[in-house]
Design a protein around this ligand. Sequence first.
Ligand code: F6P
Length: 490
Amino acid sequence: EEVARTRLGGAKLIVVANREPYIHRYATDGAVEWIRPAGGLTTALDPVMQACGGVWVAHGSGDADRAVTDPSGRVGVPPDDPNYVLRRVWLTPEQEDGYYYGAANGMLWPLCHQVFARPAFDPGHWDAYRRVNQTFADAVLEEAQGGPALVFIQDYHFALLPRLLKAARPDLVTAQFWHIPWPGPEKFLVCPWARDILDGLLGNDLMGFHTQHDCNHFLECVDRALECRIDRERFAVQRGGQATTVKPFPISVDPALADEYLGDDWAARAGAIRRRHGLGDRPLIVGVDRVDYTKGIPERLRAVDRVLHRHPELRGGFHFVQVGAPSRSSIPAYRDLTAEVNGLAARINREHGTAGWQPVVFLNAHHGPEDIFALYRDAAGCVVSSLHDGMNLVAKEFVTARADDRGVLVLSTFTGAARELTDAVLANPFDVDELADGLHAALTMPAAEQERRMRRMRAQVDDHNIYRWAGMLLSEVGKRVPDSPPPPAE
Ligand code: F6P
């Protein structure tokens, strides 16, 4: 096996993320197949790892993962042309339940998103979270043996990991990127383990968020909860001999992937999807999300209903296609949401549909990127109506798919992306009339205006792409990487 040892400023790059970039699973005929998971994080980081090499440490979550992984937990990826190492960490169903479904997605997810969902504070889940962070620390320390390493930690699953790593190997350089929003202190400090979380994160040399607003919220929480010194000019926190820089790095996508996924046959793929779902040749408005209560899917369906009431001339004239990848379905709130979306879609179709036309098509299944990009390119518009979202990479992906400079992006003002894609049709998703106006604009905007807006958005994403994001973030901490190998850990 070829172990990637690419060094960054003399260090090995180790990415840690709960989600693995490639999942191996058994197909219905028993053969092993692999898929890319839904969600922005893996889509964004995989091209960076393909360019830099290194090791990605993640939870081995596929039912066929063990079948293709060596006894040390390592497998080369991408599966069809390996150029970096995926180190899989095995969790028991109980650990996954407490750490992933419980603490990460039942507590931190609603705590960090301003969507009026109540976080569950369960000491058993927190205990599992602490233990799993230690399990990941052990795996990272094993991968980092024998030389300097830069550990790049992803997201809210690993708030305790940096402190654990620094305690064992003070020479490791660690950076963490928080892919979701960070709330203000009134909200965050209700968490019984708020101090542990903040202290854990301040084990990092660098803490990155999408926006300055998130950084300010984080610094306010630290200021209220912990003994430390905050240098607001340098955006740094000093605590117990450790300095943590806190800075915004708006994440992005790889614009070149659009051409790769679209290929020469995107129109044929889009045609097949149209035929399969009886879409004729009507204009499509698409939504592409994990089925998650932060994404504002019921809100956009209500906006479809509203636009059909207010503009009867549009009846029979378009389809709204919602691709909804099933997500976190062991959590009741996620199951309830799926039922709500199904119910709303059925109600709207009953009320407005005819024998030959159904306004809403809900595709509640995992779709590969080739089909998603074909839909992006084929659509008249794309709606991103998140109630709160750190960035939202669907908005940026849609823009990269539109080399034809057509298509309208309707974008929630409560996404990180709205700060950069100011040529989108911006709307408050809590305001059904405003969102309905956005849909109407997507269906009626003159071509010249579409072109003007899309050109500027494409230039923005081309320029501020994922490589620039990774380059800025890693060079910020790269300067802290020691040149010579450190002394042994003991
Ligand atoms: O954006 C937050 C996030 O947790 C990302 O880490 C990931 O891309 C996405 O949501 C998908 O979530 P999960 O890994 O829980 O399916």
